[in-house]
Write a protein that binds this ligand. Structure first.
Ligand code: FAD
Length: 818
């Protein structure tokens, strides 16, 4: 009887054991697992930490006992294989429960010991609040820590997919989370421009990101655990997740003198045979040539480990059957509301392998834009400029990321080309995709590039081309251009191009760009057919450019922040503080305006807020009011901004000279008496008032109900007036929702939700608007028609006609009808 010994009882090990038994009922299979469990879902561990998986038992695919019964495998948990005697074909096994050791003989040994997380060799690294995330016991320890009182801060060291999954799940537990990453981006399985999108999403979700920094030491103080970074920044935390990567867990293989690769991975052939014919190896611990670059790679992913297990068992039992082709490392990770996926090689890996490549990017909807719910995704491929052979693909977005990456992966693993993507026939109906799916679009763009009919360049190449005297041509509309453009670009909307060709120097190369690349391509074709010889289109358009530049700015801002933290620079001094944490939009802006109104010119205030909308609002507010934004940080779920009160009507904001508008105004016509619409109108009115605008709210028809007193006393009315009086809601507390009213349950739920979210109730918003000087005008004509009398209205309401409205509207920059 043949005896198989398997080391490691999770993905690769348990998979091989099960397949061996299915193929050979007569053999003896012994499986040793160092940990307490076999066949558990390591991929689910972060979600258990975040309480998404609430039932711990769901992490176990099968118990040791069930495995033993089902597959007749002798399973020994908490048994570590500590040595291999290749001469004697035996392993030495240590029982971790009692410390005893014994030798076991094998005919074939299968190693699937996986990969172990890197440890940090720095002072204080043995602190009990520093956790790796590899096994169930690791995650049990994290969960136990999270259940202790006053645990609210976490530092995740490493921004790979496990680190980000942990960051998300710690956020789910309402922790303040900081990710420290040594590189300049998260997830190095995708390129910088794709990672930039994920980084912005992480910040939006309140995760602080620190790049190009590493841990120097850990130390304990009475404040908790201090993580000291190389830059000098100190992070005060309650726990640390260490996820700086993994390395093959191959100490026994090394001791047994098996041939290892550069990073300690076990070298195997296409049948998983190691340098010893009696020993096979699979999973995270092996190294095998990449089918794309030919260079040896070890890929720590569950999919390859499971598939290798099956093939390995086949090779053991059936002899040389189907050879292993290698893995192209297709992976995906959920990052809050987004997903980031990758297959094949990244730009950096291709450069490292010395492979020349081109990349193209598309931004498109996950399904037809006209069908509700379409979400944008960004997709990219990297391919050979010669024959279009696909080398890699990356997709980032909110929905449909998985199916796009799987299609690209399928073609890469079959040595496919860009034309395969162009021709790929997807199942199409508007709710699922587009007639030209983003995957097809990538194929089209790439084909145009190779043919020369639509050459593209990347965001990285723009600066080189600018130095080379190229003209940068923005073919978006004037409005889009004004909102933001690449510095030094000439704006000619693509629809005007034919009549304005003379404005473009014909003797210089032209770099065309639009928002995502499509109008750029149209313009490029037009120029090429009108005598312009060298015209290239920015792939991914301004959207990619903007996201990358924003990230680069963030990185620079982060350095400024670090500098601030370590030196307490006087440049960031302030004399007042405003805590607007917990307030929802427009609460923080309103409070800020009140405080700034009380300040002297040149005085500074530090505002803290947790409303994510404040991040954008504070910039806009400063731009509108002319006050100066001195510093801005958005970290650990909180936003901090220092604002300096303007000294004159005209002041500088950032690098730009901002002209403060004299008495800008806004007018809102409130026609509806739906509670949600009334809320929206007061949010806007208060927001506008907070930016210093003179606001007029003109209430007409049903909107008049909002202004009604609850108990106006006796009011004399005609019959129709009485009828309307009975049917219309008596004041703002009695309004219904436009949707989900549910016989009055909806408004109650909405009010309670607003209370829990610390959003002011309608009456409070009204009082706030009044205090900010908002004018309330009731439409005389509507009052007459509906029989509403002046004495029924709240105090301080003006009654006016259309002229009152027109007068206000004439000087307003904003006019809204709600
Ligand atoms: P493992 O599954 O790690 O199993 C190796 C086992 O061998 C371990 O249990 C170890 O205790 C045991 N062992 C080691 N040495 C010995 C010894 N000398 N004696 C006895 N036993 C020993 N991959 C994905 O594709 N998608 C994901 O979403 C994903 N998420 C992940 C999330 C987390 C938190 C982690 C840790 C991994 C994740 N992975 C994911 C990776 C995936 O789990 C691994 O690639 C896969 O489990 C590798 O299988 P393996 O058998 O090689 O190693």
């Amino acid at each position: 009887m043949h005896t198989y010994i398997i080391v490691g009882g999770v993905a690769g090990g348990a998979g091989t054991a099960a397949r061996l038994r299915r193929l050979d009922e007569t053999c003896r299979i012994i499986m040793f697992e160092r940990g307490a469990y076999i066949s558990y879902a390591n991929c689910g561990l972060p979600y258990y930490a975040g309480n998404t998986i609430t039932d711990r038992s769901r992490l176990f695919v099968i118990t040791a006992q069930e495995f033993q019964q089902t597959f007749n495998v002798e399973v020994h948990t908490e048994h570590e294989v500590i040595a291999i005697d290749r001469e004697a074909n035996t392993v030495t096994v240590k029982n971790l429960k009692d410390g005893s050791e014994k030798n076991c003989s094998y005919d074939t040994l299968v190693l699937s010991p996986g990969a172990a997380p890197f440890k940090l060799n720095v002072p204080g690294a043995d602190d009990k609040a520093i956790f790796p995330v590899r096994s169930v016991s690791d995650i049990d320890a994290v969960v136990a820590k999270l259940q202790q009182p006053n645990v609210s801060n976490a530092v995740v060291v490493g921004g790979g997919f496990i680190g980000l999954e942990m960051a998300e799940n710690l956020k789910e537990r309402h922790m303040q989370v900081t990710v420290v990453e040594a590189l300049d981006q998260v997830m190095n399985v995708i390129d910088y421009d794709m990672a930039a999108i994920i980084q912005q999403h992480l910040r939006d979700k309140g995760v602080r990101l620190i790049f190009k920094d590493g841990v120097k030491s850990f130390s304990r103080t009475d404040k908790g655990l201090i993580v000291k970074l190389m830059s000098g920044t100190e992070l005060n935390t309650d726990l640390v997740i260490l996820s700086i990567g993994v390395r093959p867990d191959t100490a026994i293989a090394q001791k047994a003198n098996l041939e290892l690769g550069r990073n300690g991975a076990i070298k195997v052939d296409q049948y998983f045979t190691t340098s010893d014919p009696s020993i096979k190896a699979v999973g995270d611990a092996i190294e095998y040539p990449s089918p794309i670059s030919g260079l040896p790679v070890s890929v720590p992913l569950a999919g390859p480990a499971n598939k290798q297990a099956r093939l390995c068992a086949d090779a053991i039992v059936k002899g040389t059957c189907r050879p292993y082709r290698g893995t192209i490392a297709t992976s995906i990770a959920k990052v809050f509301d987004m997903a980031a996926a990758s297959t094949g090689l990244t730009g950096k890996q291709l450069t490292h392998a010395g492979i020349e490549y081109v990349e193209v990017v598309t931004h498109a909807g996950n399904h037809a834009g006209y069908y509700p719910g379409s979400r944008n995704l960004t997709a990219k491929i990297l391919f050979s400029p010669v024959d279009g052979k696909l080398y890699g693909g990356q997709v980032v977005g909110y929905a449909g990321v998985d199916k796009r990456i799987d299609v690209i992966a399928a073609y890469i693993s079959k040595d496919g080309t860009i034309d395969d993507l162009a021709d790929f026939e997807q199942a199409y109906a508007p709710p699922f995709s587009s007639a030209k799916d983003p995957v097809n679009m990538l194929g089209f763009i790439a084909r145009n590039h190779i043919d020369g009919s639509g050459k593209t360049i990347t965001w990285k190449q723009i600066s080189q081309l600018k130095e080379g005297n190229a003209v940068l041509l923005d073919v978006r509309t004037e409005d889009e251009h004004e909102l933001g453009a690449i510095e030094g670009s000439l704006n000619i909307p693509h629809t005007q191009l034919r009549s304005r060709l003379s404005e473009i120097p014909a003797d210089r190369p032209v770099v065309v760009y639009c928002s995502v690349g499509l109008r750029g391509y149209v313009a490029q074709r037009l120029l090429l057919q009108n005598g312009f010889r060298e015209v290239v289109n920015l792939t991914g358009g301004y959207k990619t450019w903007e996201v990358v530049k924003e990230e680069i700015k963030q990185l620079q801002g982060e350095y400024m922040q670090k500098e601030k933290e370590s030196t307490e620079s006087a440049a960031y001094d302030y004399s007042r503080k405003l805590d607007a944490c917990g307030l929802q939009c427009p609460g923080p802006i309103i409070q800020l305006k009140k405080e700034v109104d009380r300040m002297a010119a040149g005085e500074r205030i530090l505002v803290s807020a947790t409303d994510p909308g404040f991040a954008k609002d504070v910039r806009s507010w400063c731009n509108l009011t002319g006050n100066r934004l001195i510093s801005f940080t958005n970290d650990s779920g909180g936003i901090e901004a220092i604002i300096e009160k303007a000294t004159a009507l005209s002041t500088t904001s950032g690098n730009q000279q901002v002209q403060v508008k004299q008495n800008p105004s806004a007018t809102l016509i409130v026609f509806s008496n739906d509670m949600d619409k009334a809320l929206a109108s007061f949010v806007l009115a208060n927001g506008a008032a907070a930016t210093g605008q003179q606001v007029t709210m003109f209430f007409t028809f049903w909107g008049l109900s909002i202004l009604r007193k609850r108990n106006p006393g006796k009011v004399s009315k005609d019959f129709m007036g009485k009828m309307f009086g009975m049917m219309l809601p008596k004041g703002m507390d009695k309004l219904s929702l436009s949707k989900m009213n549910m016989v009055g349950m909806g408004p109650l739920m909405m009010k309670s939700r607003m209370r829990s979210k610390r959003v002011d109730q309608l009456s409070e918003m009204f009082a706030q608007a009044k205090a900010s000087g908002v004018r309330f005008v009731a439409c005389q004509m509507s009052m007459d028609i509906m029989g509403i009398k002046a004495e029924e209205l709240l105090d301080g309401i003006e009654i006016g006609g259309v002229a009152t409205y027109m007068e206000a509207a004439a000087v307003s920059t904003v006019n809204l009808f709600i």
